[in-house]
Design a protein around this ligand. Structure first.
Ligand SMILES: [Zn+2]
Length: 266
């Protein structure tokens, strides 16, 4: 084993330690990876893989590991690929229980997961673009045709997980905004929380007709911010109040003089 890991190798004859276990595992992983590695492979992915404390043993795992470490890049790429596809003709954002539809506006709309608009095997169900070896988004290998066994890009899966659960990436987002609260400008505390600047219920209510690739931006970094907890609680409270007031207003048709507006819930 060469490289930085060699510095931690246990002296010969000593008890097996954590690092010698890791060294032998990494040696095996490296051998497996090198055997499976094609002549052409994305250089940044390989560099990233070889620098992992635990080496990914297959090219596909190396690609996954790369995107997991570059969440915001995956988010940008997935949205750029979706923009290349555009929305399918006649598609609108709907909620429901039919295949491919989400039953909540909290999940990003995904037209290419709907059977009517699916582009078939070899195309990504998230962005609609062709998928190549190892879930890569570009045909580095000059295959000319997509990989028929693949149904998504590795980058798009990473982006999808991020869009559905952005709070899990609070550390990445904190770093991205220089550890400053986007609302108050103060330093972010440990308890800071991830917030959608435009809340998703308003995306559904007010921006539903926006073009689909643009819609995805409401789930991605452009609409995410980390704010201190106290700021977040106040913002959520104001949003809940606004929704309740709107529900009450909608419940009472303005032209009916006999309708009594119900008192707010205690
Ligand atoms: Zn994709």
């Amino acid at each position: 084993m060469s490289g930085a890991d060699g510095d931690h190798a246990a002296p010969a004859g000593s008890e097996p330690s954590g690092s010698s276990w890791r060294d032998s595992r990494n040696a095996k992983s490296r051998a497996r990876l090198e055997r499976a590695l094609p002549a052409i492979f994305p250089a940044p992915v390989l560099r990233h893989a070889l620098a992992r404390p635990l080496l990914p043993p297959t090219p596909r795992l190396a690609v996954e590991s790369y995107w997991r470490a570059h969440i915001l890049r995956a988010d940008r790429l997935a949205r750029a690929l979706a923009a290349r596809s555009g929305a399918p003709e006649g598609w609108t954002w709907r909620l429901g229980t039919e295949p491919g539809l989400a039953n909540t506006f909290r999940l990003p709309p995904s037209p290419y997961r709907e059977p009517a608009h699916s582009r078939g095997r070899g195309h990504c169900c998230i962005c609609g673009q062709p998928v190549f070896r190892f879930g890569w988004h570009r045909d580095l290998w000059g295959a000319g045709t997509p990989n028929k066994n693949a149904a998504w890009h590795s980058a798009c899966v990473t982006a999808w997980k991020f869009w559905c659960a952005p709070a899990e990436q609070v550390t990445v987002l904190k770093r991205h905004q220089g550890h400053r609260c986007r609302e108050s400008g103060k330093r972010l505390f440990k308890t800071a929380e991830v917030d959608h600047r435009v809340p998703l219920y308003r995306v559904w209510r007010e921006h539903r007709e926006a073009p689909w690739p643009e819609l995805l931006g409401y789930w991605g970094a452009p609409n995410l911010q980390v704010v201190n907890r106290v700021v977040h609680v106040a913002k959520c409270g104001a949003e809940a109040g606004e929704r309740a007031a709107r529900r009450r207003a909608e419940a009472a048709p303005p032209d009916d003089p006999f309708v009594v507006t119900p008192a707010p819930e205690a």
